[in-house]
Design a protein around this ligand. Structure first.
Ligand SMILES: Cc1ncc(CN)c(N)n1
Length: 212
């Protein structure tokens, strides 16, 4: 299980699409496809994060969780505004987007995680994993030896910046605290959910890269 997790985590955070941004060979039509589809994703992601906030308000034994998750919602508000301005810069229409199968599947997965019977520990683990994949992926494109094109620096900064990294570490701490106290049944569900997130992230990159 650990080896599978490790392999999938690397696949999700070092995907050929991300590596193509990092080495400057990215196909701009792939980038534009990602932009349009990710805007749709983020709009679906907001209600999921709101559902995690509701679970935190009912189930968390630490008052600080709410502030961290609220911070996440605030950053998604900025993310939506950023997508709108970036889409107009790249001439990507955001209305009437044909939602790709990988995006639809991811959205269905999030909807299932929003159900009240899903444990807080499972939902917060998914939330952390979703944000962490973007953080690690885009931070990789900002490293000193990267050749990320200047017009994509802003995109990489959006998720690769240190502040976003700090926020992901706060989510990870909450998830770890919840998992330490979880039953073995919840622990298994959290592990399976974590792997599903990684699979969906890989599928999402595949779709953007044009290999799906
Ligand atoms: C598919 C996906 N995963 C994660 C993120 C980061 N919020 C995102 N914008 N899109």
């Amino acid at each position: 299980m650990w080896a599978k997790k490790h392999l999938l985590y690397t696949e999700a955070t070092r995907h050929p699409f991300i590596l193509s941004i990092r080495d400057g060979s990215v196909d701009l039509s792939s980038f534009k496809r990602w932009l349009g589809q990710d805007y749709v994703f983020v709009r679906e992601f907001v209600p999921f994060v709101a559902s995690v906030l509701i679970k935190a308000s009912k189930k968390s034994d630490d008052g600080n969780d709410m502030e961290v998750i609220l911070g996440g919602l605030a950053s998604l508000n900025d993310e939506i505004a950023w997508f709108k301005s970036e889409a107009s810069k790249w001439d990507v229409p955001l209305s009437n987007t044909v939602v790709h199968k990988a995006n639809q599947n991811y959205s269905r997965f999030l909807e299932n995680l929003m159900l009240p019977e899903v444990d807080y520990a499972v939902a917060i683990t998914a939330f952390w994993a979703i944000e962490a994949v973007y953080q690690e992926s885009f931070a990789h494109c900002l490293e000193d030896d990267s050749k990320t094109p200047s017009e994509l620096q802003d995109t990489c900064q959006r998720w690769g910046n240190e502040g976003f990294g700090e926020y992901c570490r706060s989510l990870q701490k909450i998830a770890n605290r919840c998992l330490e106290k979880a039953s073995s049944d919840v622990l298994t569900k959290a592990e399976v959910t974590f792997l599903r997130v990684l699979e969906h992230e890989v599928e999402f990159w595949n779709m953007s890269h044009g290999c799906a």
